[in-house]
Design a protein around this ligand. Sequence first.
Ligand code: UDP
Length: 243
Amino acid sequence: MRESVRILGVRVDALTYADLLERMAEFIAGGKPHQIATVNPEFVMEAQRNESFRAVLEQADLCIADGVGLLWAARRQGQRLPERVTGSDALPRIAERAAQTGWRLYLLGAGPGVAEQAGRILQARYPGVIISGAYAGSPADAEAAEIIARIRAARPDVLFVAYGAPQQDLWIAKHKATLGVPVMMGVGGAFDHLTGVRRRAPAWVQRLNLEWLFRLLTQPWRWRRQLALPRFVWAVWREQMTR
Ligand code: UDP
């Protein structure tokens, strides 16, 4: 695999969960810092107007397809993304692999105590997994030095950052050279989902491709952000029409 598709100018890599784990193993073996972004239609629309975010996605080592809208858009272009690969579902899979291989994980972000609780859940589910640290922190510049010091001292192989997009991805891009962690991945609400702080759409709703509707009903204050979805559909249609 080294294939990717472009959706409204944003690169999305054609990967399965198995491919993701394989690439992570390569990144960790190599040791240099790598950034992974979990791209969904909201990311793509944000990238249309936010140049620094667009640049961050462009230089990310992997952009995984976290959203069925991307699979739909790729299909319309006659291309294929093999499956939806979400941050929330990747997190436990990565922890499972980490328990087997000894990868050290660090959980950064979410509300007070949530990252710690997520770490305890992973340790209970995947005995032997090393949680090298868990800390809420904040994406504010004033806190960066302290957070970086904590992470460097913990020497993780994989750093999950749950500050929501685009802050988490901008934060990783800004600090990745100093952090020196082989894999850094923005995971949005993944700690909230794992701990049950926030309920994720049930599997059957996800299968019907209606996770966006579930989000709209359970977090109605996100409606403005979720306007990105119809705007995304419209932009993809329009791009095809004008080809
Ligand atoms: N968050 C945070 N600090 C901030 C802003 C957000 O820790 O300054 C956390 C928030 O608690 C939540 C996550 O970031 O756990 C954002 O989740 P969301 O589902 O909104 O992510 P997105 O949809 O943007 O990927």
